[in-house]
Design a protein around this ligand. Structure first.
Ligand code: TRP
Length: 332
């Protein structure tokens, strides 16, 4: 079975866009692949989160992922900072990537423009991401198009390392997950639904209660021509509702459009579909929150399983570049 690796930052609760666009696919992927899912807390440090918020967000994200159906018995679910090989291999990756390559990353340019303290970690972020992926002999990385440049860099680093030091890493492929719906802000349907806006009325959080979800959909921006048609350019608000309803019910947005003549029923059906997808998840989440020690055990076990794979790859890479074997290392 092909090995799949994906990572997600613990940077706050997930919204409907994260769910329908990304993490829901993780659940589907795990049945047909050997899946490794990582909560990348070290990456989150690049933007200097508050320590207690980071701790809470990491645990809540683990609980959310388990609640949506990531099966920690079957897949490997772990926290990056629990597996020290990530930070260690990252250094070898930094010494394999060039300054110029890292300097061309558009995500660095974006993020560094939005923070007044630009950490060196923000710059070398993609080297850590390459370490994440390469440690697990990953075949496939299912991440959105925004990660294309990072995955290409990972491939370049892996190939360069293999050329310099001999075959060490599997060169992974980027797979764009099946169009998991690009969910837009309900109040500004020309912008992606985003985390950064706090309590914004255009963002539906996975943990929003029924009343809130209904209200946010009821108030969603549409347009004034009154025609239900899937046309993201001309009708971004209506099209967004159609793609949300489509994604939540596994149908094409254009096909969904044929069932509606008015915006009101479209909004309330979209809200209902989202609520029925989220309610069981919220219930499982509440059970997990009631017993945090259980999630901690699950994560400890995940880290142990991850480390078995990661330490073998890391030892291979250490030996390839000429680091002396550690006497404590089981493979030295
Ligand atoms: N950079 C990714 C993001 O912002 C998160 C990430 C870190 C990741 N390491 C990864 C994704 C490894 C895939 C594989 O979404």
């Amino acid at each position: 079975m092909a090995r799949v690796f994906s990572g997600i930052q613990p940077s706050g609760d997930l919204h409907l866009g994260n769910f329908l666009g990304a993490v829901r696919n993780w659940v589907r992927v795990q049945d047909e692949h050997d899946a490794v899912y990582c909560i990348v807390d070290l990456h989150a440090l690049t933007l200097r989160p508050d320590a207690s918020e980071l701790r809470a967000a990491t645990l809540r994200l683990a609980q959310t992922l388990i609640a949506i159906g990531i099966d920690p018995e079957h897949s490997i679910l772990f926290v990056q900072g629990h597996v020290p090989e990530h930070a260690e291999l990252s250094w070898l990756m930094e010494c394999t990537a060039s300054f110029g390559e890292l300097n061309r990353m558009t995500q660095f340019k974006d993020k560094s423009g939005r923070t007044d303290f630009i950490s060196a970690g923000l710059f070398s972020y993609p080297a850590l991401q390459a370490a994440d992926i390469l440690l697990y002999d990953t075949d496939l990385v299912p991440v959105g198009d925004d990660q294309r440049q990072h995955i290409e860099l990972t491939r370049d680093i892996a190939e360069r390392f293999n050329n310099r030091y001999g075959d060490t890493f599997v060169v992974p492929e980027h797979v764009i997950p099946p169009a998991g719906a690009r969910v837009m802000d309900l109040q500004d349907p020309t912008a992606k639904m985003s985390k950064s806006e706090g309590e914004a009325p255009g963002t539906v959080w996975m943990l929003d209660d029924v009343g809130k979800i209904e209200k946010k959909f009821r108030r969603a921006i549409t347009d004034s021509d009154g025609e239900v048609r899937y046309d993201p350019e001309a009708k971004p608000g209506v099209s967004n509702l159609l793609s949300i309803l489509g994604a939540a019910t596994d149908r094409e947005p254009a096909a969904v459009a044929a069932d509606y003549e008015q915006y009101g029923p479209l909004k309330s059906d979209a809200a209902d579909a989202v609520i029925s997808a989220l309610e069981p998840i919220q219930k499982r989440f509440a059970d997990l929150v009631a017993d945090p020690a259980e999630t901690e055990r699950v994560l400890a076990r995940g880290a142990e399983r991850a480390r078995e794979i990661a330490s073998a790859t890391n030892d291979r890479a250490r030996a390839a570049v000429g680091l002396l074997p550690r006497s404590s290392s089981p493979r030295s």
